[in-house]
Write a protein that binds this ligand. Structure first.
Ligand code: ADP
Length: 628
C-alpha cells in the first residue's frame, strides 16, 4: 500500500488498494453478480455483526463508548436524489481497522478462487460473495462512490471518513463523529434507483434479513420482525424462512440440504437449529479437511457470544452450522471458561448424538438426501471413525461402499453386505485402489468374481487409513483381497495345473530372476485368467496404503516386499515350464518373467520406470515375430 500523503486537503490521505484488490473489485462489480439487491443483505449483515460485537463487548467493558445507545440499524433513502444511507450503532472501526478491513482482501486465495469460477463460467448467484469476506464491495454494483463514516466503540476513539470509487484508490480523513458506529452512504446509479424506493427496500430486508437480531428501521418504521427461529418448534418453522436464515448465518449461496431443530431440557437446557450444507465448505476442499475454526454460533440467553464456536461439536462435525442457545452459561464468560465448562461438554455430547441420529434418519427416510450428504461428507465420517471412539459403532453403520455387486454410485452398507454373503463366507472382503475401473480390472479379483463373492471397492483415498482399522464387523473380519493368506479352497478349478515337478523349477527361476525385489514367488489359487499377480504378505501393508504413505512424504519408510503369485494353469506358465526343460539358460525365459512381474506392477500403478519395461516388450515382440 502506498501512502501518497496529502492531496490538497490537509488531513485527507490517499491510499492505493493492493493489486489483488483491484482485480477482485473488477470481478465483483462486472462479472460475478446476478442480483444487485444482495448489496443490501451484505451491508445489513455487516451492521448486524458490528452490533453483536458491541453487545458482547459491553458485557465486560464498562468504558465502552455510548453504553446506553440503542442497538439498531437505520436505513434512510431519498427517492428523488437516489441516495441511500445505512447506519449502525455497532463497534465501528479505528483508522487501522478501516485500512485492514476495507483496503485488503481478508482471506488469502480469494482472488484465485474467484478467477477460476469466472473461467469456468459457472452460473453464479452473487450470494457467493459473502463466503469470501468481500461482501462490502458488492455495494459498487449499485453505486460509483461510497463513503463510510465510522467511530470505534473503544474509549477515546475518533471518527474517520473512508471514501472510494472502487477504482484502485481510497481516501481516509479524520472527522468529528458524535456517536460510535458506522454510517455508509452513497448515491445510487441511475439503473439502481429501485433501491431508493421504500417498498423495494422493505421487501429486500424482509426477504434476507427478517431474523436479524436488532431492529432495522426504514425511516421511522421497523421492517424486520426479529424472530429467533431456533426458539421455535419444528411445526412452526417454514422452510423458506429457515433457508434464508441458513444462508445468512452460514454465508452459503445455496439452500441447506436439511435442517434439524433441537430442544433439550434436563441436565442442561438448550435449543438449537442445525444445518447440513449441500456441499463441503471451501476450506475443506482447499486445506484437506480443515474444519478447525468452524462451528455453530453460541448464544447465551438469546445473545450471541461466539460466532463460530469450536467447542460445540467434535472437529469432524464442524461442517455443520447453525445456532445453539443455552440458559446454562453465564453471559460474561470468557472463551477459556466456555471451553472448559462441563456444560459445553454435555451439550457437545448431546448434539453429537442428535446429529448422528439425524444422519441415520436421513439414510432410512430420505435416501436421496443421504446420498448427496455422503458424497460431500463421506470422508469426514471416516475421519470421525478414527477420532470419535464413543460413536464408532454408529459411524460404522453410516459407511457406504461401492462393491462388485453395485453399479457406479450405488452403495452397500456393511450390514447389507453381511446379510447377503453366503453362509460359508467367513470374511468381509475389500479391494482398494485409485478408481473403480482399475479395481475391477485387477487379477486379484478373478477368484471372487468367479465364485460370486462380493468385494467392497474402496477408491476414496481415506479408505485405506480407516477401513483396515475397523478389523471386524458383526464378528466377521475385514480383509483385503491382496493378502496372501486367504482360503481359496472353494475354487472351482477350471483348468489343469502343471505337475508339481514342473512347477518347482518355474518358481525357483522366478525367484532367482526377480531376486531381492520380491519376498517370495508362490503358486496361486486365486487367479483364473491372468498369469501372475502381486499380493501382500500376512503382515504387509495394503499396496494402496503404501502408495498413500509414499505420497504423503513418508518417503523414508521402507516399502514392504510383495509376493508374486503364479497361475499354474495358465498357458504362459505352462510354456515357460516347457522352455525350462528344453534349455534353462534361454534368456527369453528371464525376460518373460521380469516382464510378467513388471506388468503386475504396472497394473497397480506402482511401476516406477517404463523404459526398461518397453525395451523388454520390444525384445519379446521381436522374438515372437521371428519364430513365425
Ligand atoms: P466480511 O463481513 O465477510 O468479513 P466485508 O467485506 O463485508 O467482509 O467486510 C470486511 C470487514 O469490514 C468486516 O469483517 C468488518 O470487520 C468490517 N466492517 C464492515 N462493515 C462494518 C460495519 N458496519 N461496522 C464495523 N465494521 C464493519
Amino acid at each position: 500500500m502506498s501512502n501518497n500523503g496529502n492531496n490538497g486537503t490537509l488531513n485527507v490521505q490517499e491510499f492505493e488498494y493492493k493489486a489483488e484488490m483491484k482485480q477482485l473489485l473488477d470481478l465483483i462489480v462486472h462479472s460475478l453478480y446476478t442480483h444487485p439487491e444482495i448489496f443490501l443483505r451484505e451491508l445489513v449483515s455487516n451492521a448486524s455483526d458490528a452490533l453483536s460485537k458491541v453487545r458482547f463487548n459491553a458485557l465486560t467493558d464498562q468504558d465502552i463508548l455510548d453504553r446506553e445507545a440503542e442497538l439498531a440499524i437505520k436505513i434512510t433513502i431519498n427517492t428523488e436524489e437516489r441516495t441511500f444511507v445505512i447506519e449502525d450503532t455497532g463497534v465501528g472501526m479505528t483508522e487501522e481497522e478501516l485500512i485492514a478491513n476495507l483496503g485488503t482482501v481478508a482471506k488469502s486465495g480469494t482472488l484465485g478462487f474467484m478467477q477460476s469460477l469466472k473461467e469456468q463460467q459457472k452460473e453464479l448467484d452473487g450470494n457467493l460473495i459473502g463466503q469470501f469476506g468481500v461482501g462490502f464491495y458488492s455495494v459498487f454494483m449499485v453505486t460509483d462512490e461510497v463513503t463510510v463514516e465510522t467511530r470505534s466503540a473503544k474509549p477515546g476513539s475518533e471518527g474517520y471518513r473512508w471514501s472510494s470509487a472502487g477504482q484502485g484508490t481510497y481516501t481516509i480523513e479524520k472527522i468529528d463523529k458524535a456517536e460510535r458506529g458506522t454510517r455508509i452512504s452513497f448515491k445510487l446509479k441511475e439503473e439502481s434507483k429501485e433501491f431508493a424506493e421504500e417498498y423495494r427496500v422493505e421487501q429486500i430486508v424482509k426477504k434476507y434479513s427478517n431474523f436479524v437480531d436488532f431492529p432495522i428501521y426504514l425511516g421511522e418504521k421497523q421492517v424486520n420482525s426479529i424472530t429467533a427461529l431456533w426458539q421455535r418448534s419444528k411445526s412452526e418453522l417454514k422452510d423458506e424462512e429457515v433457508n434464508e436464515f441458513y444462508k445468512f448465518i452460514a454465508n452459503d449461496y445455496q439452500d441447506p440440504l436439511d435442517y434439524l431443530p433441537v430442544s433439550v431440557e434436563g441436565m442442561v437446557t438448550f435449543k438449537a437449529l442445525l444445518f447440513l450444507p449441500k456441499e463441503a465448505p471451501m476450506e475443506m476442499l482447499y486445506r484437506q479437511g480443515e474444519l478447525e475454526n468452524r462451528g455453530p454460533q453460541l448464544y447465551v440467553k438469546k445473545v450471541m457470544i461466539q460466532n463460530e464456536c469450536r467447542d460445540l461439536l467434535p472437529e469432524y462435525l464442524r461442517f455443520i452450522s447453525g445456532v445453539v442457545d443455552t440458559e446454562d452459561l453465564s453471559l460474561n464468560v470468557s472463551r477459556e471458561v466456555v471451553q472448559s465448562s462441563p456444560v459445553m461438554a454435555k451439550i457437545r455430547q448431546i448434539l453429537t448424538g442428535k446429529i448422528l441420529g439425524w444422519f441415520e434418519t436421513l439414510a432410512t427416510e430420505q435416501p436421496e438426501k443421504f446420498r448427496t450428504f455422503y458424497k460431500a461428507f463421506g470422508p469426514i465420517i471416516k475421519i470421525g471413525l478414527n477420532t470419535d471412539f464413543t460413536n464408532r459403532d454408529k459411524l460404522i453403520e453410516l459407511l457406504r461402499f461401492e462393491s462388485t455387486k453395485t453399479g457406479v454410485d450405488e452403495y452397500v452398507t456393511l450390514r447389507e453386505y453381511t446379510e447377503r454373503m453366503g453362509a460359508d463366507q467367513k470374511e468381509i472382503y475389500y479391494h482398494s485402489g485409485s478408481s473403480r475401473s482399475q479395481l475391477l480390472a485387477h487379477p486379484n479379483l478373478e477368484y471372487f468374481q468367479d465364485m460370486g463373492i462380493e468385494v467392497l471397492l474402496l477408491s476414496d483415498p481415506v479408505d485405506v487409513f480407516v477401513i483396515p482399522s475397523i478389523h471386524e464387523y458383526d464378528k466377521k473380519p475385514l480383509k483385503s483381497i491382496e493378502k496372501a493368506d486367504i482360503d481359496f479352497s472353494q475354487k472351482k478349478s477350471n483348468a489343469e495345473p502343471i505337475a508339481e515337478n514342473l512347477l518347482a523349477p518355474v518358481l525357483k527361476l522366478f525367484r532367482e530372476t526377480l531376486g531381492e525385489g520380491i519376498e517370495d514367488v508362490i503358486e496361486s489359487h486365486r487367479l483364473v485368467s491372468s498369469p501372475v499377480t502381486l499380493v501382500s504378505g500376512k503382515d504387509g501393508l495394503d499396496s494402496q496404503m503404501e502408495k498413500m504413505m509414499k505420497m504423503m512424504q513418508q518417503g523414508n519408510m521402507p516399502l514392504g516386499k510383495r509376493i508374486l503369485e503364479v497361475n499354474t494353469s495358465h498357458p504362459i506358465i505352462r510354456n515357460l515350464a516347457g522352455m525350462i526343460i528344453a534349455d534353462e539358460n534361454n534368456p527369453l525365459i528371464r525376460t518373460a518373467m521380469k516382464q510378467l512381474y513388471e506388468g503386475a506392477l504396472l497394473l497397480e500403478g506402482s511401476l516406477d520406470s517404463t523404459t526398461s519395461f518397453l525395451s523388454r516388450m520390444n525384445e519379446l515382440i521381436e522374438a515372437a515375430t521371428l519364430s513365425r
